[in-house]
Design a protein around this ligand. Structure first.
Ligand code: AMP
Ligand code: FE
Ligand code: FE
Ligand code: ZN
Length: 306
């Protein structure tokens, strides 16, 4: 089974609509795909409808990647590190989650506007309001990166992250994320399961303290994302050993962002037994099953339309 548990649509910083994401997942030969936009479940319904309308689309795991903060491995203990928490199959109507996501959206908007306005004040010609024109889209730095590319300020999105968008650069503004323990608890209370995304992606900055991962494992965390493009082989080994010691599920994914990143769907995958263990623990929302090829689906796959 080809199982990819971490992808983004244009509900956050991917470039495919949720429907296009499902189609791309089908074309990539995935059996299971998870939609995990940053801090939003807004793409869930459209993705679910696409899976139900298309024969042999992959099964859909409805998820989210929550922006959280955690204790750092080293350095100033009062300066938390940003950690992405993958959350799956929880009740999206949970009041605690809905209200915290509302705060986060406000914080993301404030933060991106501050960064964009600093750039404008510095003579960079970007349209700040255009970043927020779509009220259904959770704004993120990739949108500002795209604006910088379009304005001819930088050659690529990756270069924008190394330059103008870097935490070490002059335009950076911090955003106040949710303490990770609060997020793990809220998702568990909403019937979902949690997996720390790319826990050793070093290029993103300092790493989270292992002791903090141990604490979360005891408090209901279900897994660690190990096979991810931003993880070196040695770090994958470290994480596999840690997962075995703490009895955590191991996942893998592409972290697909459409044209905002170069990685393709299915670049890394999750083992079937690990996927089943994850689904068994969740009861807040079900997996949307794939529709078998009957020849009678609302839409048949393009390779069948001879
Ligand atoms: P934000 O959540 O607004 O702080 O933006 C972080 C997002 O930027 C991540 O989720 C990635 O999608 C994206 N990102 C981070 N680093 C890079 C990079 N070097 N190249 C492309 N996208 C990146
Ligand atoms: Fe992203
Ligand atoms: Fe992430
Ligand atoms: Zn992601």
């Amino acid at each position: 089974m080809r199982i990819d548990l971490h992808t983004h649509s244009d509900a956050s910083d991917g470039t495919d609509t949720p429907e296009q994401l499902v189609q791309a997942a089908r074309d990539a030969g995935l059996d299971v795909v998870a939609i995990t936009d940053h801090d939003t479940t807004a793409g869930w319904d459209e993705a679910a409808a696409a899976v139900q309308a298309w024969e042999r689309a992959p099964a859909l795991v409805r998820g989210m990647e929550w922006s959280t903060s955690a204790r750092a491995e080293e350095g100033d203990p009062d300066r938390p590190v940003s950690v992405h928490l993958l959350c799956y199959l929880f009740d999206p109507g949970s009041e605690a989650i809905v209200s915290e996501l509302g705060r986060l959206h406000g914080e993301r908007t404030r933060r991106l506007r501050v960064m964009a306005e600093r750039m404008v004040a510095d003579g960079i010609a970007i349209d700040v309001d255009a970043l927020f024109a779509d009220p259904d889209r959770v704004p993120g730095r990739p949108h500002l990166a795209r604006a910088l590319v379009d304005a001819g300020e930088v050659e690529s999105i990756a270069a924008a992250f190394d330059g103008q968008l870097s935490p070490r650069g002059p335009y950076y503004e911090h955003k106040r994320d949710t303490p990770i323990g609060d997020a793990v608890r809220a998702v568990a209370e909403a019937g979902g399961v949690t997996v720390i995304a790319h826990p050793r992606a070093r290029t993103r900055g300092r790493l989270m303290a292992v002791e903090h991962i141990e604490e979360l494992a005891a408090a209901g965390l279900s897994g660690l994302e190990v096979d991810h493009i931003d993880h070196a082989e040695e770090d994958r080994d470290v994480l596999r050993r840690l997962a075995r010691r703490l009895d955590l599920i191991v996942t893998g994914s592409s972290d697909f962002h459409g044209e905002h990143k170069t990685v393709g769907l299915g670049a890394n995958l999750t083992a079937e037994d690990q996927y089943c263990a994850l689904v068994e623990r969740a009861h807040g929302a079900g997996v949307i099953p794939s529709v078998a090829a009957t020849g009678r689906g609302a839409h048949r796959g393009s390779d069948e339309e001879a």
